[in-house]
Design a protein around this ligand. Sequence first.
Ligand code: PLP
Length: 378
Amino acid sequence: MVYLDHAATTPMRQVAIDAWVEHAHAVNPGGQYGSGRAANAVLAQAREDIAELLGADPVEVVFTGSGTEADNIAVRGLYRARTKEGAPRRVVASTIEHSAVLETVKSLAQTEGAEVAWLEPDRGGHVRDLSALDDPAAVATLMWANNETGAIQPVREAAERANAAGTPLHVDAVQAVGKVEVDFHASAATTLAASAHKFGGPRGSGILLAKRSPVPLPVVLGGGQERGLRPGTVDVAAAAATAAALREALDEREAENARIAGLRDQLIERVVAAVPGTKVTATEPRLAGHAHLLFPGAEAESMLMLLDSLGVEASAGSACSAGVHRVSHVLEAMGVDARDGMGALRLTLGRTTTEEDVDTFVAHIADVIERARAAGSL
Ligand code: PLP
C-alpha cells in the first residue's frame, strides 16, 4: 500500500501512542482529590510543553476536540466579543480557507449580520493583496498553509496590518504546525488553531492558542474548563499524546522537511515527464510534502478509483457532495478553469513515505491517467 494522503491525516507516532496508553486511566482533572490532582498535573505538563513548543504562554493553550472546533470558537467567538463592544460587523477572510473557517464566516454573514471582505489568492495559491485588512473589522482570518495546495500564506504581515487597524487575526495553522516554524507570539496573531492528527498525534484533539485579550466569547456553554472557551471534561491522555507528538515532530522537522521535499520534487519531476499535459499548481513558498497536480481531461473520481485499485491512496483535495464532483473552491479562487480543476490530484507525502512509494506511484501514473482520460471522453 502506498499512502499519499498525509495532509488528511498522518499515522500516530509511537511516542504519542505510548503517552496515550500511559495516561488512559487519568480521571477528571477537575477532581478535588489525589487522582484528580494527578490527572491535572499531567494536563498542566502537556499545556506547558505545547506552550513552549509553539511560542505561547501556558494560559494561552486551550485544548479542543478538533482543529475544526478551534476554528469555530476563534472566528465566531471573536466576532461576538468584538461586535458586543461596538466593533464594525465586518469580517475579513480569504476565499481559500478550509471549510472549518469558511462555513463559520458564511454563517456569520447569514445569521449574525456580518459583511465579509474577501482576500483573493493569485494563480499560485498565495494571498498577496492584503489591503482589505486596512479597514477595521470585528475579526480577520487567514490560514497559515492551504490544505489543498500547501501554499504558505503571509500571516505575519496580515497580522501586523490587521492589528494596525485594531482587528484581531485568527490563523488556521492546522496544516502548518509541525511542518513550518510556528511561534504564536512572533506571529502577532490573536488566536491560532492546530490539530494533533496532522502531526502524528491522536485524531479528535485540537489546540486553540488564544491571547488573554481580546478573548473570544464562548461558542459552546457549560462548565468553566479551558478558560470557559471549551467547556467539557478535558481528555488528559489526548493532551499528553498531543504534546509528545508535537515535540517529536518539531525535533525531526528540519531533517524530515528536507527528505520529504526531495521525494516530492522527484515525484513531480517524474510525473511531469511521464504524463503529457500535467500542470503543477502551487508555487513557493509551500509545504514540503504537498504535490498538487492537474491532469486536464481526467476526472478525479476515476483517477482515485484506479489508484485505489492499485493500492495507492491519494486525494482530490476537492469537494464531493452527493456523488457530484465539483472543482474545489480553492482552485476556483485561483482562477483554474473547470476542465483542469476536475482533474486535480493532491499527493501529500509524510513521515512514512519512502523512495519506493514514489517509484510505485510513478510506475502507475501514466497508465492511470490514460485510462481516466479515456473514461472521461466516453
Ligand atoms: N483547517 C485545515 C487547514 C485543515 O486542513 C483541517 C483538516 O483537514 C482542519 C482545519 C480541520 O481539522 P480537524 O480535522 O482536526 O477538525
